[in-house]
Design a protein around this ligand. Structure first.
Ligand SMILES: Cc1ncc(COP(=O)(O)O)c(C=O)c1O
Length: 323
């Protein structure tokens, strides 16, 4: 990837003439089966541009109550766009019940915000939703003329796991965001894809947000390398997540639901008050985990730089800490 970055042909992407950015955008649009694609600095920026491109002030976005757009993006669409969220219960798979769309779409009544968009997320907390589930939800939302966005930060984990073509997953989806960082291994960057007119609008909003980058081809080359080389290998991360979960399940004091390990994420629960102490102990061994005060369930993610040797080391450190 570093060699691809070093060899990248560059231009000024604010003028649309960086060949590496253009090549990445074309490749991504083809991969995702959409008319056009735009390179973004992050998943948050990509989702925000999508929400602001689809919605006006006084409109609302239906989404899952655990979704990143609602919980983890600083309320960007509300703060910057005057757009409300209407969160709905998220099920075990991270999916939504289509009947909840019927219940949440507002009637044409001056009391209410105008329902404009449905935002889906796949994978959600490592769980996959099938092509059929995603398509059913999109079709239901389209009955009400909602635009449908998919936050596919880890879409490729879902499609690799399910063995489906991303285009089939996205056939009824209007816009999609895909992270090139995270499991795909690029240092930064996401892709927003959708119809030509929508991408033109998102391009203006990206500029407004200060997201126009000049010789962005350095990053785009990493993204292209990620798409060419790092998609199918996600299956290895999924296999490693099962190995990690199985190893953890044998340690006293850790609770892991093996059936909930679908892609690259493992949720491990510890006895009350343990997770923060564990974080401190592991940090002293140069192993870093996220653990927060009052929450003894820790999310562990396998990726390019966390493979079998790192998992073996992690498990042995946990054993020595807990025994
Ligand atoms: C589902 C989901 N969407 C969007 C994002 C945002 O991506 P970024 O961190 O690149 O802004 C994340 C980040 O973890 C995520 O998990």
């Amino acid at each position: 990837m570093k060699a691809a970055i070093a060899a990248a042909k560059l231009g000024d992407d604010v003028y649309g003439d960086d060949p590496s950015v253009n090549a990445l955008q074309e490749k991504s649009a083809t991969l995702l089966g959409k008319d056009a694609a735009l390179f973004m600095s992050s998943g948050t920026q990509s989702n925000l541009c999508a929400m602001l491109a689809h919605c006006q002030r006084g409109e609302e976005i239906l989404c899952g109550d655990t979704y990143h757009v609602f919980c983890d993006e600083a309320g960007g669409a509300s703060v910057l766009g005057g757009v409300m969220f209407s969160p709905m219960p998220t099920n075990e798979n991270g999916g939504l019940n289509p009947d909840d769309i019927d219940k949440n779409v507002k009637p044409d009544d001056a009391h209410y915000a105008i329902s404009k968009m449905l935002s889906l997320e796949n994978t959600n907390k490592g769980n996959t939703q099938s092509v059929e589930e995603i398509t059913n939800l999109a079709n239901r939302a389209h009955k009400y003329n909602l635009m449908v966005h998919l936050d596919g930060a880890r879409l490729m984990n879902a499609t690799v796991k399910l063995g489906v073509n991303p285009k089939d997953m996205l056939a009824e989806i209007d816009s999609v965001s895909l992270c090139l960082s995270k499991g795909l291994g690029a240092p930064a960057g996401s892709i927003l894809a959708g119809p030509e007119k929508f991408i033109k609008r998102a391009h203006r909003i990206r500029k407004l947000l200060g997201g126009g980058m000049r010789q962005a081809g350095l990053l785009a080359a990493a993204g292209t390398y990620a798409l060419d080389n790092n998609i199918q290998r996600l299956a290895e991360d999924h296999k490693n997540a099962i190995k990690l979960a199985e190893g953890l399940s044998l340690i006293k004091g850790i609770n892991v639901n093996l059936e909930k390990v679908n892609t690259n994420m493992v949720y491990a629960s510890f006895e009350q008050g343990t997770a923060l102490k564990l974080r401190k102990h592991l940090a002293s061994k140069n192993i870093y985990i996220s653990a927060y005060l009052g929450d003894d369930t820790v999310r562990l993610v396998t990726h390019l730089d966390c493979r079998e040797p790192e998992i073996d080391l992690f498990i042995s450190e946990l054993k020595s800490f807990l025994n």
